[in-house]
Design a protein around this ligand. Structure first.
Ligand code: NAG
Ligand code: NAG
Ligand code: NAG
Length: 515
């Protein structure tokens, strides 16, 4: 009796272990009728379970994709992490295919491979290939100037970047959808989809994609129906400076999931880009590495666009930080830094000051001609606490009725109030006022300007004894040379020119919002 049971069990096992045998080498061409997919095994269809394969076999499929076409492939793999089932993009190495994951792969011309090399562990595997002609679509041609970056979302356009040097592509994370969807994209090393395949936007998150020449094309295969985040950004390799790994960060729509800028720069400088019409509020990191500098830029990586430089000695005074501009760039030279980012000022405690805090207040499009510069900020001390608010107006751009009103309160009484306008430009001095609340209100009344910047330091009681102006509400230290130009622009420090109005940023919005 016992031996019969044993025999039956053995029979059942060997039946399960049977499975299909595949040919060692198979070369596949697209059918004449493109509406007919290729299925492997040929009798299998996607409404069925994937069939078991026989153990101990090696098979390879080379599948041709003629120019002007691409192949959409879905793998149905049910194994226990079988590493011997792989695929290879045109001209690339074999890579692992996930189990139970059926989001499509897109393979471009001239040929991709599927490879099965299994031992005696059982498993099931099948796949489906559909060849398609690239649909007609408009070309979007973007010229990169060696300074600015231009981003894009998924669209039906064939986007071609032309750089002065080479084109670097920054891939953005997609926290609200399955990252594997990014396989539905392709990046080509030239001015059309006929150029050599460089990788896709999934690959761009893992390693840097750079064109060999000065042109690079991106196509996103219907992703516009599935993802609406910024997906990529192109820049000239010269604009990227020393960055060797550059990615983009989208935060999840559900902000309770959190969002962090994490830069791994153990081996080389890395950077992360954020694109949003909202400011980034950065929270104090738990620690900061010795010997590393985090540089934060707005719009470009030029020195003139540097918003802040954070290091071990100053980091505890710099946060929370509000980073404005549509494109924010976080660059780390060494080590690792992780900073939580939110779009919620309260969550970041942005408006509460503490002893020794440095605050930089800039309008949203600071340094660029824009209609969106109006800014209102209120900073308060902890309840029943007073501090010195030491501040200066570092930059003030006026157009028509623009005004900048600064007020300091103590116990609800105004102790300092000044409104700067075209006829009352700010003075190049630090002002220090004792109080518990400070208001800053920059209004352009519908006009465009290049915005303003106010720097503030809040201190509890450290008035240096050598400071000649010890008294609250007094004017002290000259911080720069005051020049009243005919342009009615005011700058208190020697800045190397204010950034000019940029068509590039406008293009970012064209891409973000019009498409
Ligand atoms: C700090 O950085 C400098 C310059 O980048 C480098 O030469 C030095 O070895 C670094 N020191 C440590 C302790 O990492
Ligand atoms: C940190 O940055 C400040 C200002 O740029 C600089 O003066 C200081 O030397 C830096 N400290 C370190 C440890 O790099
Ligand atoms: C903008 O400023 C100009 C003067 O520079 C003024 O003539 C115009 O009315 C202002 N526009 C608005 C919308 O206020």
């Amino acid at each position: 009796m016992l031996s019969t049971v044993f025999l039956l069990a053995t029979l059942a096992a060997s039946a399960a272990a049977d499975g299909y045998s595949c040919a060692r080498n198979t070369l596949i061409n697209p059918p004449q009728d493109l509406s007919k997919p290729y299925y492997y095994p040929e009798t299998w269809r996607e409404n069925m379970e994937p069939p078991q394969y026989a153990p101990n076999q090696k098979c390879n499929w080379k599948i041709n994709v003629p120019q002007g076409m691409y192949a959409t492939v879905i793998f149905y793999k049910k194994t226990k992490y079988e590493i011997g089932i792989q695929c290879a993009y045109p001209g690339k190495d074999l890579e692992y295919i996930n189990d139970y994951e059926q989001s499509p792969y897109i393979f471009t011309s001239p040929q991709f491979q599927v490879d099965l090399k299994v031992g005696d562990k059982p498993g099931a595997f099948s796949f489906k290939v559909v060849w398609s002609k690239y649909p007609p679509g408009s070309a979007m041609n973007i010229e990169l100037d060696g300074i600015h970056s231009i981003s894009g979302v998924a669209s039906s356009f064939y986007t071609t970047y032309t750089a002065i040097n080479q084109v670097m592509i920054v891939g953005f994370s997609v926290p609200d959808v399955d990252t594997n969807l990014l396989r539905q994209s392709a990046i080509y090393d030239g001015d059309s989809v006929n150029a050599k395949f460089l990788g896709n936007l999934f690959d761009a998150l893992e390693g840097q994609i750079v064109s060999t020449g000065n042109k690079l094309t991106i196509y996103t295969f219907g992703l516009e129906n599935q993802v609406d985040n910024t997906l990529f950004m192109g820049l000239d390799t010269k604009a990227a400076g020393d960055i060797e790994q550059y990615t983009g960060l989208n935060c999840p729509v559900d902000r309770t999931r959190g969002c962090s800028i994490i830069l791994h720069s153990y081996f080389y400088a890395t950077a992360e880009a954020r694109i949003s019409r909202q400011p980034d509020y950065l929270m104090l990191p738990d620690s900061f590495p010795y010997n590393a500098t985090l540089k934060i830029y707005g719009e470009t990586l030029q020195d003139s666009s540097l918003f802040a430089a954070v290091n071990k000695s100053n980091y505890q005074t710099m946060f929370p930080m509000k980073v404005t501009n549509s494109l924010k760039i976080y660059h780390l030279d060494h080590d690792i830094v992780s900073i939580d980012v939110t779009n919620n000022a309260d969550e970041a405690k942005w408006s509460t000051v503490y002893d020794g805090r440095n605050i930089k207040v800039q309008s949203m499009d600071y340094g660029r001609t824009s209609f969106y510069q109006d800014t209102m900020e209120t900073f308060t001390t902890e309840p029943n606490t007073q501090m010195y608010f030491k501040f200066n107006v570092k930059y003030f751009d006026v157009n028509g009725p623009t005004s900048l009103a600064i007020k300091v309160y103590n116990n609800a009484k105004i102790v300092y109030s000044e409104t700067y306008t075209a006829t009352n430009l700010p003075t190049p001095y630090n002002v220090r006022v004792y109080g518990d609340k400070m208001d800053i209100n920059y209004q352009t009344f519908g006009n465009y300007t290049q915005g303003f910047e106010v720097n503030i330091v809040t201190t509890k009681n450290d008035i240096p004894s050598n400071d000649p102006t010890n008294a609250p509400s007094a004017i002290s230290t000259v911080v720069g040379t005051f020049t009243k130009g005919t342009t009615l622009k005011y700058e208190s420090t020697t800045k190397a020119g204010i950034r000019q109005f940029s068509v590039f940023s406008v293009l970012i919005f064209a891409l973000l919002f019009i498409l």
